[in-house]
Design a binder for this molecule. Structure first.
Ligand SMILES: N[C@@H](CCC(=O)N[C@@H](CS)C(=O)NCC(=O)O)C(=O)O
Length: 218
């Protein structure tokens, strides 16, 4: 059954791979699954046809026959459950990999999103500059804790898993801020994720849409 995902017709990051379709593409590539992409404009995101797929009017969505999914956590989990390479066979190791997926989305991504909101949504407010250091320090706290846990390990819990895929995808969004470089252990972890052939294919596929000349626009 063919798989169709949605992605921005024109991603605001100009092809840096930060839009969340990249993590779904990455999971599909790790699982060796072909997929099609339907591009959606910002206007179309909030129109009934797309809202029927995604109640919040966002990308990505995932369609496979009668099944329609939204939320990258659910989508990546669905892919990981069905294809080898993203979740370990051992029950406890599998549960821990899923824990890391949740940790990426529930404990690490929220403060990182807060920074995007502080910069791009609240940037023109009089109090915005005063708040920024607090927002950045909350991210630093999480990165410090994560960095300690990762230590010298290659991946978060043994072999590469969907937990790493999600964590690397979340951390990547920090790159423009420079915060990732304050934590060399995590910067190297993200680089290991980016070096995976499946990630490279996913990145190249979204880049081909957002910057056909191969150079991210922003
Ligand atoms: N929690 C959702 C977040 C989805 C999301 O924020 N998507 C962004 C693109 S990366 C979007 O569609 N933004 C446009 C909008 O919200 O109007 C997920 O992980 O799938």
């Amino acid at each position: 059954m063919s798989i169709v995902i949605t992605a921005f017709e024109r991603s605001p990051d100009g092809g840096k791979g930060l839009a969340r379709d990249t993590r779904v593409r990455w999971a599909l590539e790790e699982g060796g699954q072909p997929y099609e992409v339907r591009l959606v404009s910002f206007r179309a995101l909030k129109e009934p046809a797309h809202l029927a797929l995604h109640p919040f009017g966002q990308i990505p969505t995932y369609e496979e026959g009668d099944l329609v999914l939204f939320e990258t956590g659910a989508i990546v989990f669905h892919i990981a459950e069905r294809h080898a390479g993203l979740l370990p066979d051992d029950a406890n190791a599998r549960a821990r990999a899923i824990t890391w997926m949740f940790a990426a989305l529930n404990s690490v991504e929220p403060p990182i999103l807060d920074l995007s909101i502080a910069k791009f949504v609240e940037g023109d407010k009089s109090w915005s500059q005063e708040r920024l250091p607090l927002v950045m320090d909350r991210i630093r706290d999480r990165l410090r804790q994560l960095s300690v846990r990762l230590g010298d390990a290659e991946w978060l819990d043994g072999a590469f898993s969907a937990g790493d895929l999600m964590m690397v995808s979340v951390l990547l969004r920090l790159r423009p801020s420079g915060l990732l470089d304050e934590f060399p252990t995590l910067a190297a972890y993200v680089a290991r994720g980016e070096a995976r052939p499946a990630y490279k294919r996913a990145f190249a596929a979204q880049l081909a849409i957002n910057a056909p000349d191969g150079q991210p626009r922003n």
